[in-house]
Design a protein around this ligand. Structure first.
Ligand code: GCW
Length: 898
């Protein structure tokens, strides 16, 4: 049966991502709900009219994929929404229907008992009591649900029965998802059960409101050292999480967690738990294993000390008195400066079990992170290998962890890299509960300024068959607990949302995908992309296929223009983790090495001659990686050191692959702009313009990446690109070759981040220093504003051209630029993006393209830069190319992500 027949073309969605207007949104929502409550008794045309009147308000709603407006304008059908019982989650579910149905279809609940159409929501037990004739399955487990549609007496009866209250809520959201995607009532019975019991997001929020590796604004939980007074966005977040089945949220950073156990903070955390509870999202928290000493006044935090044990028991009791349903603790210990049991010669199992014992009586769990490694490794030791650490430390402890401990393992052996193999530890623990940790926040994958849909990466890890005991043991089945028959397991997504959620509209697909995969890791990345797009952007098939294709292309493109063949991301690993900085991963203790020199590149991790890391995998997988003949190209350099001229399975040499993949990657990033450009007039204009600017920025930054990697390895290997591109930029005019007024030439650090290593500055000359880490942390002294210029005489062909200006958009000031042709300004813009670093480098090298400008031989091209405070309007080059027909011509493009 048609649930709601569209009576007009679906309207474009609202701009769904305006985190900055939350106050207004909240007011608007409160008003709308008040109206909805009043109209609960109304029926028929009155509702239709009200639907029209309220639609205007909905334009400001900010609920990501829950902003269900795409079917607005459809013919409404009235349903009685009947929650069974008083449980807050069942009430929440009913409320969801009332408001979302109204929002979507102009449908409200009514409380007229004889009403023809009904949606009944409750636990299976309550449904059986109230509707004995309905055959609810007898074995519905907690969290699972059953949705059944029948048509008694000509009406429609939809039963949403949960294995428990949470299951009922998940069922409600599943039903809403079907409506939101299709506009139809599901004809078939739907039954669903989460694959994993632990489905948590982790936030790395600090008490001062800053978020480690967060790119979406300040914390929604904390400010100024306390839990925020206004937690309404926390409820909204919990609603988003519940809608995709996420059942836990750890709200504080794994680093520096001790203050969160202070009594005042616990009171505040209890308020956060209250805000999330109606959505079935349980609060979890990170704890510092040294807390007994740091805040408890004890002389020790030795996990085997009775006083320490007593301290934790009392502390945990205190927490549960305030938060009776606390989900548990997350622990980062003996890692990156965090204290740990190693200080007392104790093991991670000793530390984990200490906490587990205190939590067990309350039903809490310990998520003990396997991200434990020595960050002072000796680069000169060819056997040293950070990748080995987790397995070396945790494998011997298998079977020693308490039943309520889960070892939380990052998907790869290094650290959320865009490309790395799956961690062998998943197969190395058979008698221990395991969870896989992924990152929703894009620390190493473009920090939300780049579109990178991560579901395909996570799927690759989930589906990877580790062949433990020479049988099928895909990672997803290990963390579900199936492979080794474990009672607990799951997925943790490090989310780091802020007041602007993830800070970029399309990045929300990653949060959505995380929840969906933790619920059902057998879903495909494409399917999830399509679901998300349909609910969020448009239900127009051509829009869906364009957006889905873009999402699916985005991770491979990012891999293509950043690292290659398993060298990892090749970013600035000791700083921002954003732009290119190849040497930053070498010759230090952090162990993200790729060991390149004039002859070759790659880490030898073989058993035969290398670090032996490959031997940590079960034999069938180890055999595949150990041999060059069977090692997949995409991970070759993670496992092997080979010459630049080594031939890949593709038939290309490694060095030629570096050139080809980076040109391909940058072209793919440009394609993303072109594809998005086709959506003009098909989607919400605000979203269109916002994402277009982001993609243009990304395409420009992909060129920065491409050029950095290509020129660096061209110099290193001395082997030219057989297609003649590397090091040759026919349309490029370097700033250091221009006629300069005021501008001074300087060497950029690292050199590969500027074209030919040099740029010009309108401030003091920046001298590269070996001590650049320290310098980078401190902003240069502010200067008086001054204006400088660089001028070139154009000598290329006549015609309409795009002129790209490559400049450095630094923190510490807002420089201004103007591009002139023959003294006439053709574009001017402010360097006001929020990019990492106070120093000019690949983090902030930015491209502004002025499109479709007529130029002829002899024209004077001039860039004028005006410095501001610590931003010296540094300039790298201009590049003149024939005007593009598509992306570039959409508009004169500033490309600043905000
Ligand atoms: O990737 C690294 C991050 C750190 C983070 C750490 C971890 C919370 O750069 O910021 O610290 O991982 O996962 O503990």
């Amino acid at each position: 049966m048609n649930f709601a027949i569209p009576t007009q073309a679906p309207t474009p969605p609202s701009p769904a991502f305006r985190g900055t207007t939350l106050q207004g949104i909240r007011t608007m929502r409160r008003e709308r709900y008040a109206i909805l409550n009043k109209i609960d008794f109304l029926i028929g045309s009155v509702l239709v009219l009200l639907a029209g009147a309220l639609a205007a308000h909905a334009q400001t709603a900010d609920q990501a994929w829950l902003d269900h407006t795409l079917w607005r304008g459809t013919k409404p059908t009235l349903f009685l929404v009947r929650p069974l019982g008083e449980n807050p989650m069942v009430q929440t579910a009913a409320q969801e229907f009332r408001r979302e149905f109204y929002h979507l279809y102009g449908i409200s609940g009514a409380n007229i008992d004889e009403f023809g159409n009904q949606i009944v929501i409750g636990t299976a037990t309550d449904v059986r009591k109230g509707y004995p004739h309905v055959e609810v399955p007898s074995n519905l487990a907690p969290d699972s649900f059953w949705i059944n549609t029948t048509h008694p007496r000509g009406g429609t009866l939809i039963i949403v029965a949960g294995g428990d209250e949470c299951g009922a809520l998940y069922g409600a959201f599943a039903l809403l998802r079907v409506f939101a995607e299709t506009g139809q009532i599901p004809n078939e019975t739907i039954r669903s059960h989460p694959a994993m019991s632990i489905r948590w997001v982790d936030e790395w929020d600090n008490a001062n409101g800053a978020i480690e590796r967060g790119y979406g604004g300040p914390s929604i939980f904390f400010d100024n050292g306390h839990v925020s007074d206004d937690l309404s966005q926390v409820s909204q977040y919990a609603r988003l999480l519940a809608s995709v089945g996420i059942n836990g949220c750890n709200v504080n950073n794994v680093n520096g967690a001790a203050p969160f156990l202070e009594p005042d903070m616990i009171k505040g955390l209890a308020r956060i738990a209250d805000a999330m509870r109606p959505w079935g999202v349980r609060l979890a928290m990170s704890v510092d294993i040294a807390s007994p000493q740091k805040i408890g006044g004890l002389k020790t935090f030795d996990p085997l000390d009775p006083a320490v044990k007593a301290w934790w028991t009392a502390k945990v009791n205190e927490i549960y008195a305030a938060i009776p349903d606390l989900a548990g603790f997350t622990v980062k210990a003996d890692s990156e400066g965090q204290p740990g049991p190693a200080s007392y010669g104790r093991s991670p199992a000793d530390a984990a079990n200490l906490l587990a014992a205190a939590l067990a009586p309350h039903g809490g769990v310990v998520l003990y992170r396997a991200f434990v490694y020595n960050n002072h490794l000796d680069y000169n030791d060819l056997k040293a290998d950070r990748a080995r650490a987790a397995y070396d430390i945790f494998h011997p402890l298998d079977g020693k962890f308490a039943p309520n401990v889960v070892v939380q393992i990052k998907y790869g052996p290094i650290d959320f890299q865009a490309e790395e193999p799956v961690s062998p530890l998943f197969a190395g623990l058979r008698k221990t509960n395991e969870a896989m940790e992924v990152q929703i926040t894009q620390e190493y994958t473009g920090q939300q300024r780049h579109l990178v849909y991560l579901a395909p990466l996570w799927k690759e890890k989930l589906d990877f068959d580790l062949r433990a005991d020479n049988r099928a043991t895909p990672v997803k089945e290990i963390i579900e607990g199936k492979s080794f028959n474990r009672p607990l397991g799951g997925m943790i997504g490090v989310s780091c949302v802020g007041r602007d959620w993830l800070g970029a509209p399309l990045a929300m697909a990653n949060l959505y995908a995380f929840g969906r995969l933790a619920w059902d890791p057998n879903l495909s990345a494409e399917q999830i992309a399509a679901e998300w797009t349909r609910q969020t952007i448009s239900n127009n098939p051509s829009v869906i296929s364009t957006v889905d294709a873009m999402l699916m292309q985005s991770w491979p493109a990012y891999v293509d223009y950043t690292g290659f063949l398993g060298t990892q991301t090749l970013t600035d690993i000791t700083g921002s983790h954003y732009g290119p900085n190849i040497e930053s991963s070498e010759r230090n203790g952090w162990g993200q090495w790729h060991r390149d020199d004039a002859n070759g590149i790659g880490m030898d991790r073989t058993v035969a001659t290398g670090t032996g890391f490959i031997g940590q995998y079960p034999p069938q997988v180890a055999k595949m990686y150990e041999w060059l003949a069977t090692c997949p190209d995409k991970l070759l350099l993670f496992f092997h050191h080979v010459p630049w001229t080594y031939k890949l399975h593709s038939g290309k040499t490694v060095i030629q692959h570096v050139y080809d993949s980076h040109y391909k990657g940058a072209a793919e990033a440009a394609d993303l702009v072109n594809e998005w450009a086709t959506l003009k007039a098909k989607i919400d204009p605000t979203l269109f313009a916002d994402e277009l600017a982001r993609l243009q920025y990304q395409a420009g930054h992909a060129i920065v990446w491409r050029d950095a990697i290509v020129q660096y390895f061209l110099k290193e290997s001395g082997i030219p690109d057989n297609k003649g591109r590397a090091g040759h930029y026919p349309g490029r005019l370097e700033a250091e070759d221009a006629r300069l007024t005021g501008y001074k030439i300087f060497d950029v650090h690292p050199w590969e981040d500027a074209s030919a290593g040099k740029a010009v500055t309108c401030g003091p000359v920046i001298t590269p220093s070996r001590d650049f880490f320290r310098r980078r942390a401190q902003p240069p002294a502010p200067q008086n504003s001054s204006t400088c210029s660089a001028e070139w005489t154009y000598s290329g062909p006549r015609g309409r051209h795009d002129i790209a200006v490559q400049y450095f958009d630094l923190q510490g000031g807002v420089a201004h630029f103007q591009l002139e042709v023959n003294g006439k300004p053709v574009a001017s813009w402010a360097a006001d993006a929020k990019l990492p670093s106070f120093w000019p480098n690949g983090d902030n090298s930015t491209r502004y393209t002025a499109s479709d400008i007529p130029v002829k031989r002899g024209d004077l091209l001039r860039v004028e830069g005006t410095s501001d405070a610590s931003d010296p309007a540094a300039l790298d080059y201009i590049e003149i190319e024939p005007a593009s027909q598509s992306a570039g011509s959409v508009s004169l493009s500033s490309a600043n992500p905000r």
